[in-house]
Design a protein around this ligand. Sequence first.
Ligand SMILES: NC(=O)c1ccc[n+]([C@@H]2O[C@H](COP(=O)([O-])OP(=O)(O)OC[C@H]3O[C@@H](n4cnc5c(N)ncnc54)[C@H](O)[C@@H]3O)[C@@H](O)[C@H]2O)c1
Length: 244
Amino acid sequence: MVRLQDKVAIITGGARGMGEAHVRKFVAEGAKVVFTDLNEEGGRALEQQLGENAKFIKQDVTKAADWETVIAETETLFGPVNILVNNAGISMSKPFLEMTEEEYRKIVDINQVSVFLGMKAIVPSMQKTGNGSIINISSINGLVGGAVGYTDTKFAVRGITKAAALQLAHLGIRVNSVHPGVIETPMVTEGDAVEVIKEFAKHIPLRRMAQSEEVSNLVLFLASDESSYSTGSEFVIDGGLTAM
Ligand SMILES: NC(=O)c1ccc[n+]([C@@H]2O[C@H](COP(=O)([O-])OP(=O)(O)OC[C@H]3O[C@@H](n4cnc5c(N)ncnc54)[C@H](O)[C@@H]3O)[C@@H](O)[C@H]2O)c1
């Protein structure tokens, strides 16, 4: 028995990393998935591997017009949307005294404003289905401090999740946030701090980074009807890091 039978999902930042793992998991669990990304090459390559229940659309999550296009195309292809995973994001580890206003506004736009735009745009489609699950990918840096820019946007994602959950509950739309710790994705392995992070991972209680698929299992639970009584909540997946 698959867990997302006949559900229609949109996953942002799906061309690689955790987003890619969520796309693969959702398709395997019976969902029809539109996944989006700025990375068209990676998105098209993944689309070719996954068959007719996965469709890639190029999208910049910071653009309201792109959201309208993605949702309209999803409805045409698969019908109204049941699930939105706001996963696209960037990291920035520069000391904030060296950060320009332009750099700061960029991370706010991609990590934070995109979540507002996506949730606002998706509600009419979810109303057509009578239900919905929105999963906003924050971070443990939405719970405890880290780099300026990244931390503030991830706290904001946690906050807007709770505020939106309260306003959307009467429509049958649930909104939750996911807070991953250190996950072995290109965001980490291609970054300048990879060696530092690998060393740091040895001190996580579970003594390692997580694989993306481990996060997909949690996202799948929140997307499915199994989490029917969860809304406005934060779900931490960090190998025990924030328990220290
Ligand atoms: N990797 C970690 O350790 C970690 C930990 C906590 C939270 N997160 C969060 O998880 C999410 C996924 O991270 P990941 O590690 O898989 O990163 P990743 O860099 O591997 O993938 C992110 C994807 O988002 C896309 N993207 C970036 N800007 C975009 C835009 N404007 N429009 C559309 N797509 C855009 C990128 O092209 C990329 O494919 C992010 O929100 C990240 O902040 C990651």
